[in-house]
Structure formats: C-alpha cells, structure tokens
Design a protein around this ligand. Structure first.
Ligand code: AMP
Ligand code: MN
Ligand code: MN
Ligand code: MN
Length: 283
C-alpha cells in the first residue's frame, strides 16, 4: 500500500433509498463530500438504480465516483454478499443478475410475510411492498412495519425475534449460488469483492475455504474493513487478503443515521502495508 493511499478517505460500500438506506443518492454524495471522502461508491442491495443520480451529483461536487452494487448470493446454504465495483452501467450480464435478484426479492417478500403469519402476525405483504415503493424490498421494510405496529420495540428486536437468518429456514437458500454469480462476472473487467467477511457464521477455517472458492471462481477482492468492525478482525482480514491474493476494499456500509451504522467514510483503519488495494489502479 503506497504511503499516499494510507490517509486517503475511500468509501466503497454504502446504501441509498434505492435499497434499504435512508438518503437519496444525491444526499448521500453530499454527505460523502461533507465527510471529505475522495473516492466513493454507492452499493445498493441488488440495485443499480441510484448510480446515475449519484454520478451526476458527484460530478457537480468534484467527487470521484465508482459504480457499485451489493449482490445477494449463497454459499453452502449461507446467505452471502458480494460487492461488484467499477463496472459499466450497460453491462448486460450484471444487469441480468440484478434483475434476477430483484425477482427473487419480491417472491421472498411474499414468503417472509407467510412466515410471519405462521407466527401469529397479520399479513404485512401489501404494506411492505408499499413501504418499499421503488426501492428493493427487503427484511428492513418488514422490520420497520413490526416496530411501527408495536410488535417489537426496535429493528434489532425484529431481526432477533422474527427476521434473522435463524428464523428464515429454507428462505436462506433463495439466492443464486456464489459460484454462478462469480463465474458470470469473472471476465467482465470489474472488481468482485467479498463483502464484510467477518459477518458470516464461519470459523476461520471455513472462512479460508470460502476465500479459496471466491478466488478460484474469479473473485479478486475482499473487504478488510467494513463499518465498525473489531480491529483484531481487520488485522486478520488484512493477513487473509495477502494470503489469498484478494485485493483489499474498505467501506462504511452506511445506511443512514440510525441503527448500528457508521458515518460515511468511517471504518476501522487498515494498517498492513503489504495489502494490495482494490482501487490502486483505477484513477
Ligand atoms: P435483506 O437484504 O432483505 O436480506 O435484509 C438484510 C438487511 O437487513 C441488511 O443489509 C441490513 O441492512 C439489515 N439488517 C440485518 N440485520 C439487522 C439487525 N439486526 N437490525 C437491523 N437491521 C438489520
Ligand atoms: Mn442493508
Ligand atoms: Mn451486506
Ligand atoms: Mn451493505
């Protein structure tokens, strides 16, 4: 890692109203500028709808903007997120993967509503769809309804009691296989980054198996710092990034001024000087 990069404020993971974030792409870019970010990407869940707006605003504000998306996938039955960065908006293969995941999201929302009905709750499907509006529907939309209707006291409790992976059963397996997604994108000239590797229920041994698969199937990067991760976890991820030849990415995973989310541009700092940075050869 060149010394000049060490102090540069880079944020390659964030969300807008196009998925489950609170700010519009324009507001998000303005916030990034205010926070003195110099290289920024919007990475909504299964949506590229906000990228044009974000790019336009970034151009007005003199912020270097990178196209991004956080794709939902699965590996050995575990839901897993990967971030694709620095692609062309008209990439048809990526567009198709995104469109497919959007269909999966709608079907899954119906199934989540059914799951909640089985637990004695009313049918929340229509309200969740209405709440999501143009944004990609996900569990956070159900969570906020559960809070508003007084079934739980906050979103965290909603996940704890109703929506967390442990409650989802078969609904964990709706996403396309990681191998399928990576193989489709491997030769498409973009960064393919495993998102927040320490947020999955994996031992270090199993995580290493995942990283080996990720690399073998065409992945080329991994996040080493994402939000307010424990510093010792970041140190481990830095080492793994070097060991597996996966370039390091960083981001806040900002969703808005609520919940556990970090401010735009903020995450546990990386230290290891031998890591290759995913953005090193971009601009
Ligand atoms: P989905 O994309 O439908 O699988 O929903 C996952 C999203 O829910 C994540 O991207 C987070 O933004 C949010 N989320 C996950 N766990 C929690 C939690 N415990 N409390 C609040 N939000 C959460
Ligand atoms: Mn989210
Ligand atoms: Mn994620
Ligand atoms: Mn995210």
């Amino acid at each position: 890692m060149p010394e000049t990069e060490r102090y540069r404020k880079v944020d390659l993971h964030s969300h807008s109203v196009c998925s489950d974030g609170r700010l519009t792409p324009t507001e998000l870019v303005d916030l990034a500028v205010e926070q003195q970010v110099s290289l920024f990407s919007l990475t909504d869940h299964d949506s590229i709808a906000g990228l044009e707006e974000a790019r336009q605003r970034a151009q007005q504000k003199g912020l270097v903007f990178i196209n991004g998306v956080e794709l939902s996938t699965q590996w050995k039955g575990i839901p897993l997120h990967m971030v694709a960065l620095d692609f062309d908006l008209d990439n048809h293969i990526l567009q198709q993967l995104v469109a497919n995941n959007q269909q999966v999201r709608m079907g899954r929302a119906r199934s989540i509503a059914d799951l909640l009905i089985k637990k004695g709750l009313p049918d929340l499907f229509d309200e969740a769809v209405e709440r999501a509006g143009k944004s990609q529907i996900g569990r956070p939309h159900f969570a906020s309804l559960l809070v508003e209707k007084g079934f739980v006291k906050d979103a965290n409790k909603a996940f704890d009691r109703y929506l967390g992976n442990k409650h989802l059963g078969k609904l964990r397996d709706v996403w396309p296989e990681l191998e399928t997604v990576l193989s489709a994108l491997a030769d498409q000239n973009m960064a393919l980054v495993l998102a927040h590797p320490k947020r999955y229920p994996l031992t270090v041994t199993k995580l290493k198996r995942l990283l080996a698969d990720f690399k073998q199937w065409g992945g080329n990067g991994m996040e080493v710092a994402s939000g307010n991760e424990r510093p010792d976890h970041v140190r481990l991820l830095e080492r793994l990034s070097v060991e597996f030849g996966l370039k390091a990415s960083v981001g806040s995973d900002y969703h808005g001024p609520f919940g556990p989310w970090m401010q735009v541009g903020k995450y546990t700092q990386i230290h290891e000087t031998s890591v290759q940075l995913v953005w090193q050869n971009w601009h």
